[in-house]
Design a protein around this ligand. Sequence first.
Ligand SMILES: Nc1ncnc2c1ncn2[C@@H]1O[C@H](COP(=O)(O)OP(=O)(O)OP(=O)(O)O)[C@@H](O)[C@H]1O
Length: 263
Amino acid sequence: MTLPTTPSPLAVRGLTVALDGRPVLRQVDLDVSAGEFVTLLGANGSGKSTLVRAAVGLVPFSSGTVELFGTPLGRFRDRQRLGYVPQRSRAVAGVPATMHEVVMSGRLARRRFVGWRSKDDLAAVEAAIARVGLSDRTRSAVSEMSGGQQQRALIARALAAGAELLIMDEPTAGVDHDNQESLAELLAGLVAEGTSILLVAHELGPLRPLIHRAVVLENGTVTYDGPVDAVRDPEHVHVHVHSGRPEKADGFKGNPVGGGQDA
Ligand SMILES: Nc1ncnc2c1ncn2[C@@H]1O[C@H](COP(=O)(O)OP(=O)(O)OP(=O)(O)O)[C@@H](O)[C@H]1O
């Protein structure tokens, strides 16, 4: 008897993206299996955000394929299974909404018909907010919350939707150590429940022990795909293009993928 196989939450093959006529991703493959916690690492401008944005359908690609839960991106309708947590600066800058409203917006993807929120919606929102430890900030404006709290509010939005795959773009950037620890605890619980995670990061900090596999991008090409232990700790400082703040970056030295790629 053969057991049914679970389709991978994310399977990217040969993805090539050009922005403003300039190649940003070249022939990129990326997999996240069910229950796996994968981190996507790379220097500023290596293409990490572009890759995750293309994977969720926010950036068009010129060639390659993306499948979500076994369905090609263009035919994927179960949006609630996918929780995309964008870079905080993109997501909440100037948003006047309260956290409750932001988290409730995660429920919209579940609705077949437009309508007033149900008791289930309210209960799911409250449970998601409690899960990320922010019950005391429910009516706060997200724009007035700290960076780490904003990030947790965005994760709560994905949890309220019932996401099975969480894709997070730099949730630790600009977040203090205590909030990184809280995030690690939260993600450890989600992984234990079977949630699959793709996390874009510059530095891993307390998340490192949770990670099953690291993928490193350099100049739009995957140069490493394997155990996170082989990826060196941060060793140099450079300027983060989005914030202008100096940040440490990983050294990204591991076994190269496939013995060399196009540069
Ligand atoms: N909308 C755009 N139009 C043109 N070029 C872009 C656009 N967005 C990103 N780029 C360029 O594509 C390259 C990859 O950018 P991307 O943001 O994906 O990198 P990243 O690895 O996520 O960087 P960071 O760590 O700084 O967030 C960079 O050279 C960037 O300047």
